[in-house]
Write a protein that binds this ligand. Structure first.
Ligand code: GYE
Length: 331
């Protein structure tokens, strides 16, 4: 059977991200906990019951995305949210999805940790006739029409934008690529886009840091030994780039000067590192689209037409960024 890779950029509806005030909700401690929306009044009869399987709490991006989801999918907005954090484990996610089927939710929303391995559970969801709103990352499945709509970023374009800056500014760089979680849409597509622009021969080594600061640091410690002549790191997210800074400084080198660092996400800590001269270029990946998810959920529930894809638009930043710009950002 032909494998289909869904949620690739194509005839996408481009949606601008509207400003959203982040609620000061408590941060996600990472426990595989199930939470339901608090507050609200009266019976839940009119609310749309949404099971949301978040893949984890591995990065600043994910924390901001979770905050945005929780701030938007509220009873005030007509949603009864069941939120489950999978701690970056696919088996936890599959279990959460099955629990959502058992709870007979109206809509399932989820952000798949990796692209493959969903065939069975997606078929079960389909058999239960529960519509799926796919969030952030993509799936690669044999199931026909596995979701109604997908919202997320154009990861390939993000990789290409990073690559264009490197090609323009450091055409002879010896590049080490710090990959995100292997097999995730964000890793696969950023890598494809970046490598295609800079040329595979420019990349002297690759390793994964699983999108976390700690694993990014460990991977760069090893890379400094294995590839002593590397002079540029492309990290698939800010957190791993921040881990790289620690490893580089511990080795007595200057991040941003001895080793150029290019990252993706543009969370506040990443942009601060850029302003401080330790990162050199950052491609944005905006996590604040909870309000757009609500909009999609309501339309899907009402049986209205929705675009197959909604692309969250990204910008890029270099060291000319000001402190005021950083302070004004939502995440
Ligand atoms: O870039 C990274 C996170 O899927 C877009 O996941 C997301 C990525 C994001 O861990 O920081």
């Amino acid at each position: 059977m032909i494998r289909r890779k869904f949620a690739k950029v194509g005839l996408a509806a481009v949606a601008a991200v509207s400003a959203l005030t982040l609620a000061a909700c408590s941060s996600n401690g990472g426990g595989s906990s199930t939470e339901t929306t608090a507050g609200g009044n009266g019976g839940d009869g009119d609310l749309i019951k949404v099971g949301f399987s978040q893949l984890g709490a591995e990065s600043g991006w994910r924390t901001a995305n979770t905050e945005s989801v929780k701030a938007s999918l509220t009873k005030e907005n007509g949603i009864d949210l069941i939120f489950v954090d999978a701690q970056q484990k696919q088996e936890n996610q599959i279990k959460a999805l099955r629990d959502f089927i058992a709870q007979d939710v109206d809509i399932i929303a989820f952000s798949p940790v990796i692209e493959t391995g969903w065939d069975e559970v997606l078929q079960e969801i389909k058999d239960a006739e529960i519509p799926v709103v796919l969030v952030d990352r993509t799936v690669d499945t044999t199931v026909e029409d596995p979701y109604v709509t997908w919202i997320g970023a154009d990861f390939r374009l993000e990789g290409e934008m990073a690559g264009e800056w490197v090609k323009e500014n450091y055409p002879d760089a010896k590049i080490f690529e710090l990959q995100g979680t292997l097999g995730s849409g964000a890793q696969v597509d950023r890598e494809e886009g970046f490598d295609a622009v800079v040329g595979a021969d420019k990349i002297i080594g690759k390793a994964t840091g699983n999108f976390t600061r700690a694993e990014g640091k460990t991977a760069v410690e090893a890379a400094l030994q294995a590839y002593p002549d590397m002079d540029l790191i492309f990290a698939h997210n800010d957190d791993m780039g921040l881990g790289a800074i620690e490893a580089i400084e511990a080795a007595g080198k200057k991040p941003g000067e001895d080793i150029i660092i290019v990252t993706v996400d543009a969370v506040r800590d990443g942009l601060q590192a850029l302003h401080d001269g330790k990162f050199n270029f950052v491609v944005e990946c905006n996590p604040v689209f909870g309000d757009q998810i609500v909009d999609l959920v309501k339309k899907v529930y009402a049986g209205e037409e929705v675009p197959k894809e909604t692309i969250v638009v990204d910008a890029t930043f270099d060291q000319s960024i000001t402190q005021e710009e950083i302070d004004a950002r939502l995440y």
